[in-house]
Design a protein around this ligand. Structure first.
Ligand code: MN
Length: 437
């Protein structure tokens, strides 16, 4: 687990002036990674690090040799079109590059003149998926969400008995995960009204978002090996925002007995920037269970995990309708929640996933499951906000939604803040619904 060090010093400022503004998502304490290139040019994608409103082009850093020779292997890996090889190098390498960039971007650094040549304004770039995601697993770690959804699908039996013992998940599909800016056709599928004798094929009528945290695996484990709970975070490269778009009507008909299938794999959207676990060190929280709940089995429990297994990460979901876009109105905030309320932690997901010897691989991706708090203004899906499609949600321009309509964009945002530290942001994951084919 990452500990506090000089890269988290709240007094640290950068010679990149925009990074020092109090509302910057990317102060020098953050330094998240992405894959990017200049928009509208035939450049290769490569790795970059955000600083203020700029991107540090890691390919330019590599060729200029501005950071010296000690990071040659790490920088060579960051010049590739995906970050998998850098992710596989492990937390020692990630941390070494973070510390070198922190020093070189700090006010008074001798590298300022040379590194200035490696900056590209974020306004001029486009992003790609930061990793080749081999395998994708979606968890279900919010007990509020599991209970709310369970009540809607199974009123008499909302929370199944395994929930408090097993970090429940299913294997999803990675081919339809894309980076922020994704737009997708409303999916079609089998729909069966509760009172109908048989299903029909049609366009989804109950299209929803899911406000999730995305987790990128760094170096994995050999097939047959397991990852102990106190080692788990050394295998995690970092976190992002993740919208696991969901077709609730397709889901309701198909999900038993094997779980989600076509209701989930038509589109999923990640934010471009990955905030590393080291950057998150100031925002860790105790992990606990109410004493009347079952406590985790020993392999999912430890003193270190109880002390700091949680991540205090603020999450928000906003809707921008086509009308809002046409009229230049701000998106409407629908809900806010916090990852710290998750019933299962990042480390528990990693350890549980490997307990049977399953090998995790660099670039594998986990969804945390929808993060919902304990009241209606904190729920991470419209299925919950509209109470199963019964109570319309009123947006700030007076429009109403029970589920998403064509032309709607959904925007996820996230940030961490804590007294005594610089606030760091996750940026946005934006996706837009197009009409069905
Ligand atoms: Mn999900």
């Amino acid at each position: 687990m990452s500990t506090l060090n000089q890269t988290h010093d709240p007094k640290l400022e950068s010679w990149v002036a925009s990074a020092n503004s109090v509302d910057s998502e990317y102060p020098i304490q953050n330094l998240p990674f992405a894959i990017f290139r200049r928009a509208n040019e035939q450049e290769k994608y490569r790795g970059g690090v955000a600083i203020g409103d700029q991107v540090v082009d890691l390919a330019a850093v590599a060729s200029s040799n501005v950071l010296g020779t000690g990071l040659a292997e790490e920088l060579a890996a960051c010049c590739e079109e995906k970050l998998n090889r850098f992710m596989a190098m492990g937390h020692g390498s990630w941390s070494k590059l973070r510390h070198a960039l922190s020093a070189a971007l700090a006010k008074g650094s001798a590298e300022e003149a040379q590194l200035t040549e490696c900056l590209i304004p974020q306004a001029e770039v486009e992003y790609d998926l930061p990793a080749r995601i081999g395998d994708y697993t979606d968890f279900y770690t919010s007990i509020n969400h599991a209970t709310n959804i369970g009540k809607l699908f199974r009123p008499d039996n909302p929370l199944l008995p395994n929930y408090q013992w097993v970090p429940i998940g299913y294997h999803g599909r990675s081919s339809s995960i894309d980076v922020s800016g994704q737009s997708f056709r409303r999916p079609k599928g089998q729909l069966k009204a509760p009172d109908a004798d048989q299903p029909v094929l049609g366009a989804c009528k109950r299209l929803d978002y899911e406000l999730e945290v995305g987790i990128y695996i760094g170096d994995g484990n050999e097939l047959g090996d397991t990852i102990a709970i106190d080692e788990a975070e050394n295998h995690v490269f970092g976190l992002c925002l993740f919208n696991d778009w969901s077709a609730r009507d397709i889901q309701a008909w198909e999900y038993q007995p094997l779980g989600p299938f076509l209701a989930k794999n038509f589109a999923s959207t990640v934010s471009p920037w990955i905030v590393t676990m080291e950057a998150l060190a100031p925002f860790r929280s105790a992990w606990s269970r109410p004493s009347e709940h079952p406590q985790p089995l020993p392999y999912l429990d430890s003193e270190q995990h109880r002390t700091s297994g949680g991540v205090d990460m603020n999450l928000e979901v906003l809707i921008e309708t086509a009308t809002m876009r046409a009229e230049g109105l701000s998106p409407s905030s629908v809900a806010k929640s916090n990852f710290v309320d998750s019933y299962w932690s990042v480390a528990q997901m990693v350890t549980h996933h490997s307990i049977n010897g399953c090998n995790l691989v660099a670039g594998d991706f986990f969804g945390s499951g929808t993060q919902s708090g304990d009241s209606l203004d904190k729920v991470g899906s419209l299925m919950e906000s509209s109470q199963g499609g019964k109570e319309p949600v009123t947006l700030n321009n007076g429009e109403q939604r029970v589920f998403l309509e064509d032309g709607d964009s959904v925007i996820l945002r996230g940030y961490c803040e804590r007294e005594g530290y610089r606030r760091i942001g996750f940026g946005e994951a934006v996706g837009t619904v197009l009409p069905a084919n």
